[in-house]
Design a binder for this molecule. Structure first.
Ligand SMILES: Cc1cc2nc3c(=O)[nH]c(=O)nc-3n(C[C@H](O)[C@H](O)[C@H](O)COP(=O)(O)OP(=O)(O)OC[C@H]3O[C@@H](n4cnc5c(N)ncnc54)[C@H](O)[C@@H]3O)c2cc1C
Length: 408
């Protein structure tokens, strides 16, 4: 009998598996329908021996020391700061938009102070910032919105930014300085030997058994277990009873080239040309030395693997219906990007998984306390009352940790 069946060997499932096995000595079975561990972060050496990310570039960045320290138990790091250029008006300019972007694009020589004035002079008044379009035009005006954001967003999401929640473009900052890093987090680094090597260590505890190429439906009624952690799509778990939650997908076209370096930087965005949104050259990310190089093109599409939850109010409403069902099921816990229908970065998923683990641990400790009290009661005859009081306490504690977890 397994203590836990964990569905999905991505960050959410693997982190909870590691904690349960190493900290609570639980027996864990982790299943994934894919032929590999590491979920969307999976990387591997291709036929030419170049380390590539199968599901598109994954760059690790976080402001959380806890998350960084936790993962450091399973990998060494290679310092890496990500940089992106955008192809606009026949030039390659820094993205996010910064002082150099504006000066290069318009042939100007503005200072940081002057460029802030420039942004203010072109920004549009928006009474209430609701959509992705509102976010951008209210900060940098319509022309830059058209050049950098409108078509990119339409390709990426199959929708105009005016139809999309403000959260999508809010993630991309605009800077009046010359900082051309894509992220500004405190910790920015790549696992030195890749993500899959890190996951191999995460899942190496003898209490963890791994079953790949296995949809959990195939084994859920066959292999006995006490509790389940589910990190797959929440709508699939409930047989789509409230309808399918919409996702945006991508097709990744990988290519190896007979040259040592292909792009001037790790990623080039193409907001306005081509059907693909961006091209990534992996050697920038991995630091690998190789006479050839591998790149990947990303073609957004409606059908396919569920990658990006579509952030619209009506989808959030459907998800909330599923969440109500999820909250009612005993001994099944939902975590990760697909099970909580949220666009989470890797570090956020790790944080969510660590929080879930703490909640499970607390529940176990409180249950042990109840059992201890019951054992004492058998000796002194007053135990029933003590146990009942403690049990009510547990329910309350469960509720409290519940809401803490859900706020993440
Ligand atoms: C193109 C792209 C680029 C990204 N880039 C970054 C980045 O640069 N930085 C960053 O921090 N984050 C990035 N992310 C986000 C990152 O991929 C996620 O945060 C992370 O992978 C989520 O982990 P997870 O465990 O929740 O989900 P996943 O990694 O998706 O793992 C879920 C697993 O569950 C399995 N599963 C689903 N259903 C079943 C079933 N029925 N039976 C068995 N197994 C099942 C799936 O096969 C999958 O392996 C990117 C995502 C995408 C799509």
């Amino acid at each position: 009998m397994f203590d836990y069946l964990i569905v999905g060997a991505g960050f959410a499932g693997s982190v909870v598996a590691e904690r349960l096995a190493s900290q609570l000595n639980k027996k864990v079975l982790i299943v994934d329908k894919r032929p590999h561990i590491a979920g969307n972060a999976f990387d591997h050496y291709n036929e030419e021996g170049i380390l590539v990310h199968k599901y598109g570039p994954h760059i690790f960045h976080t402001n959380s020391r806890d998350v960084f320290d936790y993962l450091s138990n399973f990998t060494e790091w290679r310092p890496y700061e990500h940089r992106v250029l955008a192809s606009v008006d026949g030039q390659l300019v820094p993205m996010p938009i910064n002082l150099d972007t504006i000066n290069k694009l318009y042939g100007l020589n503005l200072t940081a102070f002057e460029v802030e004035g420039f942004f203010q002079s072109v920004a549009e008044q928006v009474p209430e910032v609701r959509t992705s379009e509102d976010v951008v035009v209210s900060r940098v005006g319509r022309e830059l919105y058209e050049k950098f954001f409108r078509n990119y967003t339409r390709k990426q999401w199959g929708m105009d930014p005016s139809e999309l929640d403000k959260s999508v473009t809010s993630r991309v900052p605009v800077r009046s300085n010359r900082d051309d890093r894509y992220f500004t987090d405190t910790f920015q680094a790549m696992p030195r030997h890749g993500y899959t090597a890190m996951f191999e260590k995460l899942l190496s505890h003898p209490n963890i058994k791994i079953m790949l190429n296995t949809d959990y439906h195939e084994i859920v009624d066959v292999i006995p277990f006490r509790k389940m952690i589910f990190t797959g799509p929440v709508d699939e778990y409930f047989d789509f009873c409230y309808g399918e939650l919409p996702y945006r997908s991508l097709e990744f076209r990988h290519q190896t080239l007979e040259q040592e370096v292909h792009l001037p930087t790790a990623v080039v965005n193409f907001p306005n040309e081509h059907a693909y949104t961006r091209v990534t050259e992996f050697k920038y990310l991995t630091g690998q030395q190789h006479p050839k190089t591998s790149i990947v093109y990303e073609y957004p599409q409606a059908e396919g693997e569920p990658y990006y939850p579509v952030p619209k109010a009506e989808n959030a409403a459907i998800y909330n219906q599923y969440k109500k069902l999820a909250d009612q099921i005993k001994d099944v816990y939902f975590a990760g990007r697909l099970a909580t229908y949220k666009y989470y970065n890797m570090d956020q998923v790790v944080a969510q998984a660590l929080t879930l683990f703490k909640r499970l641990k607390t529940a176990q400790e409180e249950k042990a306390l109840v059992l201890d009290s019951v054992a004492v009661s058998n000796g002194n005859g007053k135990g029933t009352m003590v146990a009942a009081t403690l049990k009510n306490g547990i329910n309350g504690a469960d509720k409290a940790s519940d809401s803490k977890y859900k706020d993440n």
